[in-house]
Design a protein around this ligand. Structure first.
Ligand code: ASP
Length: 579
């Protein structure tokens, strides 16, 4: 028996017991005649003590121990002289009578404690050491709890977890595919799935009317902060359902997860908002509704008063910062710099301080009466600050939306312990790529248009709304899905619109369209971003902390050093010629 207890287990009630523990040395403090060691495993830390007077041999052995040595000890649980209330085991310590060194350790390159001195790169290179740290251990435990909650809930609702293949053929979901060369069929490639989309639809055709899978997906996207080339989805699909059924089922799942994992009760139905409303009021398709500060348009009110910037803009609108009139010139300048950054890219910010008298950065053009008219249209109160942006509609709204989130963070309005879920519905089916002038599916090409909008497909495709929905939590898209097309003809019209020739559509999606001809039931589904969901439940933004072995921001695994070149022999075997 390696251990009778783990390092997080012993309490006062164990005082007097003889125990065996095993673990890693987090720290040791050598004093004259006495050594204290913090012994760690994933359950916690227990203090060990060695007394020279009682056991000189063990004491001498303990003196040689370094950080991260793995040891096994036998000893007696005693009450601690100075108790440590920060530690669950802080009332006791173990006086060691026998010490076995299980393995030595080199001095680790960074401290393996809750707060570490190691930089990101160093920790990623030694991920196995970083993973010993308590915050990462709780993160992975949380991840496990979420996956168990998902499996339990869906399984109780009759969902079956079914695996789909990883070696497939490209599916266009908006990103590039990772490809895998085939040795047996030289010059041919598999693609790794961006999602199991077509397979889960085929499972519906096969009659498995409730499917889910916690599944890895692969997307070769340009790297953005906190994107992983491989990530995990909770992928779900149901047959014989309408949008309403899907929203209800997965609202139930989300509530169950929040309740079982973080003990949060969401009362009542999740609010729903149309895409249009989200863009108009929040300037973003994934609004954080934990706080107000919504956008108000004042284009008409603000134009034709001689201020060129407003007169020439397609949109003039703003947000109200409660109590913000107190902000200093310097603080407001910081906001102006924020919106002028290239990522946001508007030219400036007009401000109005709702003091008495009302004051603005455009006093030259607008008198108090006009400023007060804005104030009342925007529902601002005395002491508030109004911030206004004028630009093209999309850009101005987006900028205001970003500014709103920035201020929400600055002013502590985004408490990670609050959970505010929201369905965003009625997305447009298509969006136009300005450069190529081509239509793109906003969700993916299998998404069904709203039946009442189908006629518009031929006349005004941009106006067609989709039976598509996103689940948003605290300003993050945590899930997205749609009701699918299940009819060959409509699917083929869709490919047509997206610019696929008949041959291309047939070559890429013949299998799906053929399947639709053998009694495909109406169906729809959703996929949750599992890593992101877990991170939010853990109150953090960074998904990397919730993945055991993530890639860094450049898409590399620094520990195993991937991606890497392969040797010529392997290339030749795969039929790939090196240049
Ligand atoms: N396959 C979709 C995605 O990965 C989700 C869905 O439509 O179910 O976004």
């Amino acid at each position: 028996m390696y251990r009778s207890h783990n390092c997080g287990e012993l309490r006062s009630k164990h005082i007097g017991n003889e125990v065996v523990l095993a673990g890693w040395i987090q720290r040791s403090r050598v004093m004259s005649g006495q050594i204290f060691v913090d012994l760690r495993d994933r359950y916690g830390i227990t203090q060990l003590s060695f007394f020279e007077a009682e056991n000189a041999d063990t004491f001498a052995q303990a003196k040689k121990l370094g950080r991260e040595f793995v040891i096994q000890v036998t000893g007696k649980v005693v009450e601690r002289q100075s108790k440590n209330s920060n530690l669950p085991t802080g009332d006791i310590e173990v006086v060691v009578s026998k010490l076995t060194l299980l393995n030595a350790s080199k001095t680790p390159p960074f401290t393996i404690e809750t707060d570490t001195d190691g930089g990101e790169e160093l920790r990623m290179t030694h991920r196995y050491l970083d993973l010993r740290r308590q915050p990462l251990q709780s993160a992975l435990k949380l991840r496990h709890q979420v996956s168990m909650a998902v499996r339990k809930y869906l399984s109780e609702q009759d969902f079956l977890e079914i695996e789909t293949p990883y070696l497939i053929k490209s599916t266009p979901e908006g990103a590039r595919d990772f490809v895998v060369p085939s040795r047996m069929h030289q010059g041919h490639f598999y693609a790794l799935p961006q999602s199991p989309q077509t397979f889960k639809q085929l499972l519906m055709v096969s009659g498995y009317d409730k499917y889910f899978q916690i599944v890895r997906c692969f997307r070769d996207e340009d790297l953005r902060a906190d994107r992983q080339p491989e990530f995990t989805q909770i992928d779900c699909e149901m047959a014989f359902v309408e949008q309403e059924d899907i929203l209800n089922t997965f609202e139930g799942l989300t509530k169950h997860i929040l309740k079982t994992v973080v003990n949060v009760d969401i009362k009542g139905d999740f609010p729903r908002m149309s895409y249009e409303e989200a863009m108009t009021k929040y300037g973003i398709d994934k609004p954080d509704i934990r706080f107000g500060m919504t956008l108000t348009e004042i284009t008409e009110l603000a134009q034709n008063k001689g201020f060129q910037v407003f007169d020439q803009a397609e949109y003039v609108g703003g947000i109200v910062v409660e109590g913000g009139a107190e902000m200093s010139r310097k603080e407001i300048d910081k906001l102006i710099d924020y919106v002028k950054r290239p990522q946001i890219g508007v030219k400036g910010l007009v401000w109005v301080k709702c003091n008495d008298p009302i004051k603005s950065s455009v006093d030259k053009f607008f008198d108090a009466e006009q400023l007060n008219a804005w104030k009342s249209t925007m529902n601002a109160n005395d002491g508030d600050l109004i911030l206004i942006i004028a630009d093209e509609t999309d850009r101005a709204r987006k900028a205001l939306g970003e500014l709103r989130l920035y201020l929400g963070n600055e002013r502590g309005l985004r408490n990670p312990q609050d959970f505010a879920p929201l369905w965003v519905v009625d997305f447009p089916l298509l969006e136009k790529d300005e450069e190529s002038e081509r239509w793109h599916a906003m969700h993916h090409p299998f998404t069904s248009p709203k039946p009442e909008d189908v006629a518009l497909l031929k006349t005004d495709p941009g106006k067609v709304r989709a039976n598509a929905y996103d689940l948003v939590l605290n300003g993050n898209e945590i899930g997205g899905g749609s009701i699918r097309i299940h009819n060959r003809e409509l699917q083929s019209t869709m490919f047509d619109l997206l610019g696929f020739s008949k041959e291309e559509a047939e070559a890429q999606f013949g299998f799906l369209m053929n399947a639709f001809e053998y009694g495909a039931p109406p169906h729809g589904g959703i996929a949750f971003g599992f890593d992101r969901l877990v991170a939010i439940l853990g109150g953090q933004e960074n998904i990397r902390n919730f993945i055991a072995f993530p890639k860094n921001n450049a898409g590399r695994d620094l520990m195993i050093d991937a991606p890497a070149v392969i040797d010529d022999a392997q290339m030749t075997e795969l039929g790939i010629t090196s240049t």
